[in-house]
Design a protein. Structure first.
Length: 341
């Protein structure tokens, strides 16, 4: 092709191909660190392969999830704290897979921004790789999109996509097996996780506190750092009791809180009956309620209120499940039961 005078380049239009290539090279070791049986976790191809047989599956069903981080990203963007936001992205997807009884296998990310900052991008994807290591999933690829004109300076968005597998006879919830009197076990959250942040940001605005002020509910930690605590990833602690057949149903407590999520895992004709005094929510929730004047019901339908997962367990299995979770480092407790609707 003939060069033309005053010809434009892609870089002049705001897209830096060299920066994109530099980011790919920078994150290759991160992806390699997530390698697992069935996946080589190498980057650069047009697609990724997974060998289910090598992962030990006999008659598997595939399960897929996709999610984002929501407006929690605004705190990371405004404060320049990007380290943990990738963990949130992975957690929101892989914890959903647990609700189907599935093991996370592959993870892909979509990272879009107006102008690519290679240093920030590596930090963000480093968090994604850390989340994948915690979940036992291979980070096998993704898309980095530089889109000038679509985002304000410094802004970015994230989406995650996860593929998991479960043996055909082990899918959750097992609604035909649920009975009145089955026990609800709560597994503690690390805080608000990645839900309710549009309300959280309004409450912070009402409080008048700056992001670098000390968090009123976590002495010695800034407000931003406290509210950016990553979502807890439950895969390695909760998957063993699922695969042992001890769990009849599982709800990941995300948007909709403890009001709307548990019913998704409960059989028709039964309802969750919570003992709201069975656990003490982390102090952040009391601060949010008082500072924002948020009513109790609104708190329970917006936030996880300290419970990241609810598990449905037969009464005779409660001791085994609690022992397994506590031994794996989780804070787990009986928080209610199932009753006839």
């Amino acid at each position: 092709m003939t060069d033309l005078p005053n010809g434009l380049t892609y870089a002049q239009a705001g897209v830096d191909i060299d920066a994109g290539n530099a980011l790919v090279e920078a994150i290759k070791p991160l992806a390699k660190s997530t390698r697992r049986p069935g996946a080589e976790a190498s980057l650069g191809g047009f697609g990724a392969l997974f060998d289910l047989k090598a992962a030990g599956y006999v008659d598997p069903l595939l399960v897929t999830t996709t999610d984002g981080v929501g407006t929690k990203l605004r705190i990371a963007i405004e404060t320049g704290r990007h380290e943990g936001i990738g963990i949130d992205l992975v957690a929101m997807c892989v914890n959903d897979l647990l609700a189907q009884g599935a093991e996370p296998l592959l993870f892909l990310d979509y990272f879009s921004t107006g102008k690519l900052d290679v240093t920030a991008g590596k930090t963000i994807i480093g968090g994604i790789a850390e989340g994948c290591r915690q979940a036992g999933a291979a980070l096998v690829g993704g898309e980095t999109a530089e889109m000038p004109g679509m985002y304000s300076e410094g802004d970015y968005d994230l989406a995650g996509f996860c593929l998991g597998a479960v043996e055909r006879g082990a899918v959750l919830p097992r609604m035909d097996d649920q009975r009145a009197g089955d026990v609800l076990i709560g597994v503690a959250s690390s805080g608000p996780h990645s839900n309710g942040y549009s309300l959280i940001r309004r409450i912070v605005e009402r409080s008048g506190l700056a992001w670098d002020a000390e968090a009123p509910f976590t002495p010695g930690q800034s407000l931003a750092d406290a509210l950016l605590t990553p979502t807890r990833i439950y895969v390695k602690s909760v998957l063993p009791p699922i695969q042992a057949g001890w769990i009849k149903g599982l709800a990941h407590i995300t948007g909709g809180g403890l009001i709307e999520n548990p019913p998704r895992a409960i059989a028709e004709g039964l309802v969750a009956r919570f003992d709201w005094n069975a656990w003490t929510p982390p102090p952040v929730f009391d601060w949010l309620a008082r500072t924002g004047g948020v009513a109790e019901h609104e708190m329970r339908r917006t936030f996880n209120c300290g419970v990241g997962l609810t598990l449905i367990v037969a009464p005779q299995r409660v001791g085994e499940v609690l022992d397994a979770l506590l031994s794996a480092g989780e804070d787990a407790f009986v928080c209610g039961d199932l009753a006839a609707a």
